[in-house]
Design a protein around this ligand. Structure first.
Ligand code: CMC
Length: 375
């Protein structure tokens, strides 16, 4: 009862075979492989196979996974429910509702059997991607876009969002962001999913809890906050002013800091920074010089606060350069992370022990209820 760490900082709360943040070596290990290597060279279906099947797929399995994700159809009533929600509702809240509704179309929705969960995970990842791709379309009264089996999963996903032809470089940048977001040990949303799963509740309930967690600006919501800041700043000087003002007001600068990396750069951010630079080089700078802006913010935060960018700081401008609507940034984080979340839920169900910690009581004792007349 004595050991208490606020926010469970540095507390080991699970044993896992899925991933490990090797901070000292600036490496993220996913089932034995380097996540950075996967971001550089793999496709998203490889990572889905690695996370869900627990091994990298061969060419045939990769094709099967890709097709299963592409062909996973979203039941029409789920889109109807989405269409009934107010477009003013936050996209993560709409996604949470859609995910809940999806359970109603899975005859095995309540199973906590890891084998069954493993079998249906690729389809669920595909359905989540299609729901996310269509969130803005449905809210605007447009018909949902369906995925086509002659395009890759990443190309389908990006084209469905931006509704235009895309270059191979854009598809690759989008896919690299998907892989970068796919798995990251035990952040708040993954912990939330495992906590719910530990009651032997099902995939849908556990994932819905994760959506709620990921919405928060201290977690997945940071990517939206980053682009809002860059758009408000407009120029590197503007960003410097804005950050200084916010720091003077003791506000947090979104996209900086990390519970595990804190005084080091998130290795995923470094890689996405390179992806951003290449993308901007090919597409042209446009009105907003994203590279110069981000660089100024990064340098300033290093000198002023000894704080470094996390993945959200560089994923946000990559999404902006791709023309993705801001309201989809955090849902995209969730869609990418669904593979990692499902792996964790399945692992929890394989080696389950109910999460039930204790709290240190700081309130009074010895008070007595007095029987009073109410007349
Ligand atoms: N801006 C300004 N100051 C900061 C920031 C920031 N972004 N992050 C940490 N600090 C300061 C904080 O004020 C504190 O200073 P002091 O010791 O003087 O009070 C010190 O650094 C330690 O902060 P903490 O709150 O104890 O650290 P934490 O481990 O609880 O916070 C964090 C981690 C991610 C919540 C935090 O860094 C933060 O709020 N960052 C901004 C939001 C963000 O970018 N979130 C995305 C996280 S990474 C990807 C993801 O999970 O989505």
């Amino acid at each position: 009862m004595e050991a208490y760490k606020p926010g469970l900082e540095d507390v080991i709360a699970a044993e896992t075979q899925i991933s490990y943040l090797d901070v000292e070596h600036e490496e993220i290990i996913v089932r034995g492989y380097s996540l950075l290597e996967l971001i550089r060279s793999a496709c998203y279906a490889d990572v889905v196979g690695l996370l869900i099947d627990e091994r990298l797929p061969d060419a045939q399995r990769r094709h099967e996974l890709e097709q299963e994700m592409i062909r996973a159809s979203v039941p029409e009533p789920v889109y109807k429910i989405l269409a009934m929600l107010s477009p003013a509702m936050h996209a993560m809240d709409r996604l949470r509702t859609a995910l809940s509704a999806l359970a109603g179309f899975d005859p095995e929705a309540s199973t906590a059997d890891p084998e069954r969960e493993q079998a249906k995970a690729p389809r669920l990842i595909g359905q989540i991607a299609q729901i996310v791709a269509n969130l803005a379309h449905v809210a605007a009264g447009r018909a949902p876009v369906t995925f086509r089996s002659d395009w890759s999963f990443a190309e389908n996903f990006l084209r469905a969002i931006v509704t235009r032809a895309v270059t191979p470089q854009e598809v690759r940048a989008f896919e690299q962001a998907l892989i970068a977001y796919s798995e990251h040990e035990l952040p708040n949303s993954t912990f939330a999913a495992r906590v719910v799963a530990s009651t032997l509740s099902d995939l849908y309930g556990s994932l819905t809890a994760a959506v709620a967690s990921l919405k928060g600006p201290l977690h997945g919501g940071a990517n939206e906050a980053v682009i809002a800041m860059l758009l408000e700043a407009k120029t590197p000087d503007g960003l410097e002013r804005l950050i200084r003002e916010r720091l003077a007001r003791k506000e947090r600068i979104m996209g900086f800091g990390h519970r595990v990396y804190m005084r080091r750069m998130d290795p995923r951010a470094q890689l996405l920074k390179e992806v951003l630079a290449d993308l901007v080089k090919a597409k042209g700078t446009g009105e907003l010089d994203l590279v110069a802006l981000c660089e100024r913010g990064e340098q300033l935060m290093r000198t002023e606060k000894n704080l470094y960018p996390n993945l959200d700081y560089y994923a946000a401008p990559v999404y902006y350069a791709l023309g993705i609507p801001t309201e989809l940034y955090t849902p995209l984080f969730f869609a990418a992370r669904s593979a990692g979340l499902l792996a964790h839920i399945i692992e929890q169900h394989r080696e389950n022990r109910l999460y039930r910690p204790r709290a240190r009581y700081l309130g009074p004792r010895g008070l007595h209820y007095e029987i009073r007349s109410h007349t």
